[in-house]
Write a protein that binds this ligand. Structure first.
Ligand SMILES: Nc1ncnc2c1ncn2[C@@H]1O[C@H](COP(=O)(O)OP(=O)(O)O)[C@@H](O)[C@H]1O
Ligand SMILES: N[C@@H](CCOP(=O)(O)O)C(=O)O
Length: 318
């Protein structure tokens, strides 16, 4: 159950008159979310998703919603938010921020083949290019400064070998983030959580990226690493599946060619992508937020991926 704020069709009936969507005809809670209250909303004009934000505030939301609008307007397959009659993308519903976005067709592809990975790689490159002239700035809030804080918080809970790995990897990442090469990497708005469950497919046709609520400005290569670490691995071992990784990287490179610096830093960035989710999963496991209704994701999955990325050479970027 993941509708934290109950809403009825009657509640929405009046509220929706500020949007150019006609009358609301059906509303159905979506069970699968873990962070927000989501509903499928049918109106006289079409099919939408209504989200009530349970943790993000009115001040935080413009970056995410405007980024989605910007990308959608630039031809990237992202659900565009619908503005109300005052041009606002986010308005209160039951006292919480709420937004309506287009409903994507299809469903997540949890057992992707190279053809799906290629579609994701090409769209990710288009998204990075389209984000270049996005005006708002926000750092990746799950970047190095947060890793430092969260590392300090989780270290006391870890076994000796885990604490050693985390400590050593943080040292490695601190040095990487301080290097001139790292600062030369191309950057801009990134999704930063483009896992299989945040992309819709209708068969082999990619219909859209969604769940942009971890987006921020970071290196494009970090986004590629996060995506490869979820889409292109053997789930049991964490090992990279070469056929899927090649398909994704080649498709990305064909749209936005990787640079020599990115090529050199690729193994290190794959480690950054693994570390980021190992830390957040450890944090959610040992220090769950009171309002969060979920079974925490397994942290050992990303510990395994991190150990694998340290031990085994990565496939070449291009
Ligand atoms: N734009 C959309 N189009 C179609 N389905 C969506 C859309 N946005 C969310 N969903 C559905 O809602 C579910 C929960 O969304 P998600 O953003 O992952 O929620 P949360 O942020 O609460 O984890 C998704 O798994 C998907 O089924
Ligand atoms: N992809 C992350 C969890 C983020 O949650 P989401 O449902 O909002 O994408 C992980 O697997 O740890």
């Amino acid at each position: 159950m993941a509708v934290f704020t109950p809403v009825t069709l009657e509640d929405v009936g009046h509220w929706i008159t500020q949007f150019p969507l006609g009358k609301a005809v059906a509303l159905k809670g979506i069970a699968s979310g873990i962070e927000n209250s989501n509903f499928f909303l049918s109106t006289e004009r079409g099919e939408y998703v209504l989200t009530i934000f349970e943790n993000l505030t009115f001040a935080q939301l413009p970056f995410y919603l405007q980024l989605m609008r910007h990308l959608a307007q630039h031809g990237v397959l992202v659900p565009g938010p619908v503005p109300n009659d005052k041009g606002e993308l986010c308005v209160p519903l039951h006292g919480k921020p709420a937004a309506i976005v287009a409903k994507l067709e299809g469903k997540p592809q949890m057992a992707p083949q190279p053809v799906h990975c290629a579609a994701v790689g090409a769209m990710l490159a288009r998204m990075h290019l389209a984000g270049q002239d996005f005006a708002l700035q926000q750092p990746n809030l799950r970047g190095l400064p947060w890793w430092r804080e969260a590392t300090a918080a989780v270290l006391p809970y870890l076994a000796l070998d885990q604490a050693h790995l985390l400590h050593e990897e943080m040292k490695f990442q601190e040095a990487l983030h301080a290097s001139a090469d790292y600062h030369a990497l191309q950057r801009g708005p990134v999704h930063a959580d483009l896992f299989r469950d945040n992309v819709m497919f209708d068969g082999e046709r990619l219909t859209g990226f969604f769940d942009f609520y971890f987006a921020g400005c970071d290196t494009w290569l970090f986004d590629v690493a996060v995506t490869i670490n979820d889409w292109c691995i053997d789930l049991a071992s964490g090992r990279i599946d070469t056929a899927r990784a090649r398909a994704m990287l080649n498709a990305y490179h064909a749209v936005r060619p990787f640079t020599a610096t990115e090529h050199a830093l690729w193994p290190a960035l794959l480690r950054s992508g693994a570390l980021r989710f190992w830390i957040s999963r450890l944090y959610d496991f040992y220090l769950p937020r009171a309002a969060q209704m979920l079974t925490p994701h397994d942290p050992t999955h990303f510990e395994r991926i991190l150990r694998e990325r340290i031990a085994v050479p990565a496939p070449e970027l291009y």
